[in-house]
Design a protein around this ligand. Structure first.
Ligand code: ACO
Length: 318
């Protein structure tokens, strides 16, 4: 038994924040942001809009695309680092907003690798024969956790959501998944703050050693692709589409170059979305499916890396 993606969807909030807008907020320039990151703009959630609201729109779009009704969904997994609240989980809030009764629902916290972790988890539940239709969502509102006075981080992130519907199939589908973590690096990229006794304790904003993150990301994004293709007796030339986490165009280009994969085979959205953390991979996947780049029978490799550090890949046959 395999699992197979039968529908994709995504949602971006209406408001667009350009690099030129950021020039008015912090000491930066469009030129610096574009040359160092490839980002030209990002979407920002409206006041009061929560991760679950973005997730609802992406989910409805994926459900329509898959021709699946709310009542047919057996499990919901939401990958998010920016949940609506401490609890209940954003997945439970999403379940209620979608009008689904009684299916299990939980959040996955693996920061920018969250969607890859969630997809791998959903695949295991389906392969085990436990559930038939699983809704897997990545939804983030990073604008809530970046310090808009810190030019070294606020220019990098954006808000958005992506979703897929995964179902049981006798054909793959997902061929393999590969997950990793190394908690030794937990302080390199973090939001260390917490709520204690009614007050925020510690820094509630993204805190990062940019250069360390950059080097680590390029290293593991290459390694995990090699791991996935080796397990499936494939070569990098067999990969039709690489969909990496969208953090920085230089990380993406360096990874593709090391792997000998042409940038024509790499889906990038970082230019228009910035880094949307757990939402970046499903957003890019949905765009490449809907614009017709991804075609039936092709090999598609999704990969993520993020705080923890966590990293991973899912290889699938479309
Ligand atoms: N505008 C103008 N100048 C800036 C800005 C900015 N927005 N941000 C930093 N600078 C300055 C720095 O202060 C520094 O100035 P100095 O030389 O006078 O000290 C100079 O630019 C160079 O700074 P570096 O940090 O060395 O720049 P670098 O080329 O490494 O680029 C960047 C920084 C873009 C953050 C890069 O390290 C990076 O992309 N790292 C990966 C981080 C990432 O993607 N994190 C996302 C979360 S993790 C993930 O998704 C995998």
């Amino acid at each position: 038994m395999y699992s197979r993606i039968i529908g994709t969807g995504s949602y971006l909030p209406e408001k667009i924040l350009t690099n030129h807008d950021l020039e008015k907020m912090v000491d930066t320039s469009d030129e610096w942001i574009r040359t160092r990151t490839g980002i030209t703009q990002r979407h920002i959630a409206a006041e009061g809009q929560m991760a679950s609201d973005l997730a609802v729109n992406a989910s409805l779009s994926a459900m329509e695309n898959a021709n699946i009704e709310a009542g047919e969904i057996d499990l919901i997994i939401v990958a998010t680092t920016t949940p609506d609240m401490v609890f209940p989980s954003t997945a439970c809030i999403l379940q209620n907003k979608l009008g689904i009764k009684n299916c299990p629902a939980f959040d996955m916290q693996a920061v920018c690798s969250g969607f890859v972790y969630a997809l791998a988890t959903a695949d295991m539940f389906i392969r085990a024969g436990k559930y038939r239709n699983v809704l897997v969502v990545g939804s983030e509102i990073y604008s809530n956790i970046v310090d808009w006075k810190d030019r070294s981080t606020c220019v990098l992130f954006g808000d958005g959501a992506g979703a897929v519907l995964l179902t049981q199939s006798d054909q793959p589908g997902i061929l393999s998944s590969h997950l990793h973590a190394d908690g030794n690096y937990s302080s390199v990229l973090s939001v260390p703050g917490n709520i204690c006794d009614g007050k925020i304790q510690g820094n509630p904003y993204v805190n990062m050693e940019g250069n360390t993150v950059f080097k680590f990301a390029v290293k593991v994004l290459e390694e995990v692709v090699l791991e996935a293709i080796a397990e499936n007796n494939l070569q990098t030339t067999d990969i039709d589409w690489l969909i990496p986490h969208q953090a920085n165009i230089r990380i993406i280009r360096s990874t593709a170059k090391k792997l000998g994969i042409s940038m024509d085979k790499v889906v990038t959205t970082v230019e228009k979305h910035g880094n949307t953390s757990a939402a970046s991979v499903p957003l890019a996947l949905d765009i490449a499916v809907r614009d017709g780049r991804i075609q039936s029978d092709q090999y598609v490799l999704l990969e993520g890396v993020g705080g923890g550090f966590t990293w991973g890949a899912v290889l699938l046959r479309w």
